[in-house]
Write a protein that binds this ligand. Structure first.
Ligand SMILES: Nc1ncnc2c1ncn2[C@@H]1O[C@H](COP(=O)(O)OP(=O)(O)O)[C@@H](O)[C@H]1O
Ligand SMILES: [Mg+2]
Length: 268
């Protein structure tokens, strides 16, 4: 049984899906067996691997939505589908998940733990990455209750940093129900060092949150978008690019942080 990490922020465009997509590629290339859970009804992560036509036509029973249904049986072996990338399997999501992503997680009752239950039985994956929607509704809450660790991707702009308090509060609250949950850190994403405003926000984040902020920064780079458009993580599409190197450095720091928190299992 490996480690489960979720990527959460209540804003869109922070790089949550992109980080999951490209990090999964790097980890898979290093020989780890990676499971991706798409917990966002927008299905961006699923579309990254499978294309939008296939993802939009998936029946509810073929997606994460099925774990929330009382009249359906969901198990990981059935839901996890292979992707074109070796060592990466995916539990996809699409519009069918939206109905379950209710704004008040506290009203969910047992449905808070559906994702945790799905991942509970012993499985062969070394790492599970969960991509959350851009809100703190039921799907993100389920992800927090199912995870060992959480990473908050933050673009260095006002809109990215504003909602952080609510995200940290949700992590705190989830920790009461899931005591193993550990915040691995805030990850600055989409950084354009040429912009003074980005450098200023990065400094502000580091001043406010200190070592909680990853030293590694994910730059804004066309290579990420091009690789995604070709449905391959940057580790596979352009392994020699600086974008691939940034993801590799981030993965190393991720491992170090997991190790330091002593919640390491096979990933460390
Ligand atoms: N580091 C990056 N460099 C360039 N483009 C990026 C980067 N991270 C994300 N993007 C692009 O920005 C858009 C939003 O990113 P995404 O990962 O989907 O954000 P989120 O999942 O937080 O909503 C996508 O088109 C993605 O390809
Ligand atoms: Mg996303």
């Amino acid at each position: 049984m490996g480690i489960t990490i979720c990527f959460i922020n209540q804003k869109g465009g922070c790089g949550k899906s992109s980080t999951c997509f490209h990090l999964a590629g790097h980890l898979a290339q290093s020989g780890l067996r990676v499971l991706l859970i798409d917990a966002d009804p927008q299905g961006s992560l699923s579309q990254g691997f499978l294309g939008s036509n296939i993802v939009e036509s998936l029946e509810p029973g073929e997606t994460l939505a099925t774990v929330f249904r009382e009249d359906a049986f969901a198990d990981l072996a059935t839901l996890a589908t292979s992707t074109p990338i070796s060592n990466i399997e995916l539990v996809p999501a699409n519009q069918h998940l939206a109905a379950w992503n209710t704004p008040s997680p506290e009203e969910l009752g047992l449905r808070q733990f559906m994702l945790a239950s799905l991942l509970e039985p012993t499985h062969d994956y070394d790492v599970t990455l969960i991509d959350c929607p851009p809100n703190l509704y039921a799907c993100s809450w389920n992800a927090l209750l199912a995870s060992d660790c959480v990473v908050i991707p933050v673009p260095p702009e006002d809109f990215g940093t504003q909602g952080l308090r609510a995200v940290l509060q949700a992590i705190d609250q989830a920790g009461q129900l899931n005591p193993k949950l550990t915040l691995l850190g805030l990850l600055v994403t989409r950084m354009d060092r040429r912009l003074l405003v980005h450098r200023a926000y990065e400094q502000k984040l580091r001043r406010l949150y200190g070592e909680t902020v990853f030293e590694t920064v994910v730059p804004e780079a066309a290579a990420f978008k091009v690789a995604l458009a070709c449905r391959q993580p940057v580790s596979h599409y352009s392994p020699r690019s600086s974008a691939a190197a940034a993801i590799a450095a981030m993965a190393t720091e991720l491992r170090d942080r997991i190790h330091r928190q002593q919640i390491c299992r096979s990933v460390a």
